[in-house]
Every structure is written in C-alpha cells, then in structure tokens.
Design a protein around this ligand. Structure first.
Ligand code: HEM
Length: 487
C-alpha cells in the first residue's frame, strides 16, 4: 500500500514541476510593453478543458468566458483541448486577429479535422494561394447572375420540402431543413441535381463528417479511418465530373468571354494560373476543395434555419410582424403574376433583421481559432509565438456593452443598429481575408425559406432545448406541428 502512495506522490511532484516549467515561464514573457494576458492554465494536461466543456453543456455557454472576463479582463489566457490559448472577448482584438494584415495568424483546427482536410484545402491554406482560391469562390458566390439563377433552385427545393409536411405528425425541423440545404449546396458547388449522384454524396458526406470531432487515430476500424474512406469515394466521384467538364471545355474551345460561370467547380476550372500565385489549380485540388467546402457549408446553414424557427416560435410578436411583411410581398407577386427576384427576398427589412438577430443569438460558429506564427502584440496584450488565439464571437454577441438585453430575441434592435451592422461587434461570418464566402448565399436561402414557411404554414413547436456543445443543435431536433394557413 505504502509503495502505491509513494509512487502517487512522486508522480504528483513530477507533474507539478512539469506544469511550472511549461506555464510558469510564459507569465513573465513580455515584448515591448505587451504582457501575456492574465489567466489560469488549470490542471496539468487537462488545463481548463473540463470547465470549458461543462459550460458548453449548460443553457448559457458564455459562463466559461464571463467568469474569466470578470477575474482577468476581456482578454485572458487558459489551456484547453491540449493547447495554450489566449481567448479574446474584445471586439477590437478580434478584428485585428481576423484581419490578419501581417499574415501572423494561420487557422488552427483540432487534429481530427486537420487529418480530414487535404493539404491544399481552402480551410487550411495560407498566403497567395489562399487569396486566389478565396477570391475565385467568393467572387462567383457574390455575383448577381449566380444569385438570380440559384433563387429558382432554392425556391423549388424549399417548396418541395414544405409540400411534404403534413399536419398528422410532428415535423422534425432540424432534419427537414437539410433536405433543402444539401441539394442546394451540391448544385452551387458542381451542378449535380436530384438523383443517384446526389444520394451517394448525401450518404458519404454524412459518414465523412462523423469524423470531424473524434480521436485522431487512423487505422482500419477507427472513426477517422472510415471518414477518410468516405472522403476518398467522394473525391473519386467529383474528380470524374471535373475531368468531364475539363474535357468539354477543351472540346468546345471555351474562351469564357461573356459566358456566365455555372458553379464553383467551373469558377475554379477557369483559373488560368499566373506568375504571382503559381500554376493552375489541378483537377485533384479542385475535387478536394469541392468536398471540403461542404464542411463549412453543410452544418451551419441548416442550424441557422432551425434556430430562426425556434426563436420565432418563442416570440409571437416578431413572428406576426415577419408574417405580415412576407404576406404583403406574396400578395404583390400574386396580383401581378410575377416571379420573385432574389432582390425581392433580400429587400424585406424586418426579415433581414430576423436573420441578423438569429445569427447573433445562435452563434453557430462560436469562435474562430488561429495560431500565431510570431510574438504578436495587440492592444497591449502579448500573444506568444505558437500559441492559439480564439476570437470568441459568442462573448461579443452576448455582451450587454454591445447589445442591450442581449439574451432577448429582438429583431427590432437592428432598426437602430442596422447602419453599423458591419461593425466589430457583429461577426457571425467571421471577417478579414477568411470572411465566409457563403455569407450572401446563406442570407438569401434563409430569406426564401422564411418567406415560404410563414406564408404557407402556422405552427406550434413542442418543448425543446438548445445544446451548444460540441456544435449548436436542438436536443429533440425541434418537433413542430403545422397547419396550412388557408385551413
Ligand atoms: C449561416 C451560415 C454560415 C455561417 C454562420 C458561416 C460562418 C463562417 C465563418 C465564421 C467562417 C470563418 C472561419 C474562419 O475564419 O476560420 C466561414 C468560412 C467559410 N465558409 Fe461559411 N458560414 C455559413 C455558411 C456557409 C455556406 C453556405 C458556405 C458554402 C457555400 C460556406 C463556406 C465557407 C468557406 C469555404 C469558408 C472558408 C473561407 C476561407 O477560409 O477562406 N459557409 N464561415
């Protein structure tokens, strides 16, 4: 018995010395006037991970941040998920990190996610190559021609999904909205419509993303291994499409002048390469990136749709105002028998405020992780080389200094602050050179979904709870009972 106690004591002392060696020295580190922010590195190995995760499982995920903000200030240090991290809840510091003008920060993802991404993934790459790929994709997704065309596809998919809802049984919103967002995303990326190929991608992608948060072990039988196999199968299929499209372009001697770009795949295929940012994008790289773009595109938007419905179900006044605005547009369009233009959906001010308020409160991407390549000083805080920094979006969105009564779903607040919506305190789509290229598509899809939903059905939502960890979700998938409005 004594020897067990002895071993425990020696191990305890060893861990303690290792801990002091590892973290103690950083506290003293300074550069110019900057100091490593105050904070606690928690337990050896574990750091403050347990507290961080436990807070994510509560109904108020900002508790972890609030506690430390109170003790150490708006920017503090901690150690979570095995990394030294500086957490910023300060909008100005977040802005500098996201803008990344000097190229000092690179994306930092957990190991399992890094394993699933190719070396040349837009999510991982940096410098001129990243700038080129980001510009090609964002430029295409922002173009009015694309928005006009995709509006028809979104309307069709939304109407088809809503038409399948019946009043006899509960509709599980969280699952249903994926029947809208996934086909639209695949269409946007590579113009694949309903059929075998889409079903194949849906199945394989579901398998692939199971590996995003898992143990980073890669051998037959492990989760990560299975996910990588699914990715290989998808890349093989996409690669075939890329080769076919490439051949077609050569056969038709496409000069691209005046022709509108059809999808993201074509936007990437049209790249001719240049001296500053290296050679043309290879078919393999294009195929990988098409699959990897599904990662940020697939989970976020359906969650935003589900959360909008949840917040509206709990806010009858906002719901009735939204319905009034959308019914008015529907009447107008019916009376003059005109199709909707994408600008019709985007010009409804209250609907846009509902979307902003949903994004502020849902915090689908709760924070943005970066790793610093050098010692960096921001606003007097030192971020040491090789440390992670997390720009917490949730803390900024839920801070009463930035938003009065921040836990209240109040779309009307945007009537006052709408003019400064681009300010540092609202960044659901990130910012700087990695600003989400799917921003405008997401807002358009949300607007079309809300329009057809509130002008087709009234509904009652069953009791459900929002979970915030590891990703934002409804505990029971948000069951609702619908009634057609004319009934
Ligand atoms: C409500 C929906 C969405 C939200 C809240 C959202 C949020 C974000 C955020 C915060 C980032 C920045 C990540 C970082 O800086 O590391 C990002 C990046 C990105 N998003 Fe979105 N996103 C949404 C929808 C979409 C959609 C529909 C697509 C695809 C069409 C998309 C594609 C991307 C891509 C490719 C990036 C990486 C950009 C880069 O690193 O250059 N997102 N998104």
């Amino acid at each position: 018995m004594e020897w067990i106690i002895g071993v425990c004591v020696v191990m305890g002392m060893l861990l303690m010395s290792w801990w002091i060696l590892l973290y103690g020295k950083n506290d003293e580190k300074t550069m110019g006037k900057g100091k490593v922010p105050k904070g606690n590195s928690g337990w050896p190995l574990l750091g403050e991970t347990l507290d961080f995760i436990a807070s994510g499982y509560t109904s108020s995920p900002v508790t972890f941040f609030e506690k430390r903000k109170y003790l150490y200030g708006n920017v503090f240090k901690t150690c979570i998920l095995g990394s030294n991290v500086i957490i910023s809840t300060d909008p100005d510091v977040n802005k500098v990190v996201l803008q990344n003008h000097q190229g000092n920060f690179v994306p930092a993802y957990p190991k399992s996610i890094r394993e699933l991404m190719g070396e040349q993934s837009i999510l991982k790459m940096n410098g001129t190559m990243h700038k080129k790929v980001h510009t090609l994709i964002a430029g295409f997704l922002r173009s009015p021609h694309f928005k006009a065309r995709i509006t028809r596809d979104i309307e069709h998919t939304v109407k088809q999904c809503l038409a399948s809802w019946t009043s006899h049984q509960p509709i599980y919103v969280q699952d249903q909205v994926k029947r809208i967002t996934f086909p639209v995303l695949v269409k946007v990326l590579m113009s694949v419509g309903p059929g075998e190929e889409l079903d194949f991608l849906y199945r394989e992608f579901a398998e692939f993303i199971k590996g995003l948060i898992c143990l980073p072990l890669k051998f037959p039988g492990t989760r990560l291994y299975k996910s990588l196999k699914s990715k290989d199968r998808m890349v093989k299929m996409v690669r075939k499409i890329v080769e076919e499209r490439k051949k077609l372009r050569i056969d038709n001697d496409a000069d691209d002048e005046g022709d509108a770009v059809k999808d993201v795949l074509e936007a990437l295929l049209r790249d001719k390469g240049d001296s500053s940012s290296s050679a043309r994008l290879s078919p393999d790289m294009i195929s990988q990136n098409i699959i990897e773009m599904m990662i940020p595109g697939e989970e976020t938007l359906p969650t935003a749709m589900t959360m909008a419905l949840k917040f509206l179900s709990d806010s009858p006044i906002a719901l009735s105002k939204l319905k009034e605005e959308n019914m008015e547009l529907k009447r107008l369009k019916t009376n003059c028998s005109e199709d909707y233009a994408w600008t019709d959906y985007m010009s409804l001010p209250f609907t846009q405020n509902v979307i902003s308020e949903t994004l502020r409160m849902a915090n689908i991407v709760n924070g943005i992780w970066r790793k610093s390549l050098n010692d960096i000083e921001i606003k007097g805080y030192l971020i040491p080389k090789d440390w992670c920094v997390m720009a917490s979006l949730t803390s900024v969105h839920m801070d009463e200094k930035n938003y009065e009564n921040p836990f209240k779903f109040d779309p009307c607040r945007w009537e006052k602050i709408g003019a400064v919506a681009g300010c540092n305190s609202f960044a659901p789509f990130g910012g700087g050179n990695r600003l989400c290229p799917g921003l405008e598509l997401s807002r358009l899809e949300l607007s079309i979904f809300l329009h057809h939903l509130v002008t087709t059905y009234r509904w009652v939502a069953e009791r459900d709870e929002i979970l915030y960890f590891p990703t934002v979700k409804m505990k029971r998938k948000l069951p609702i009972c619908v009634q057609p409005i004319s009934a």
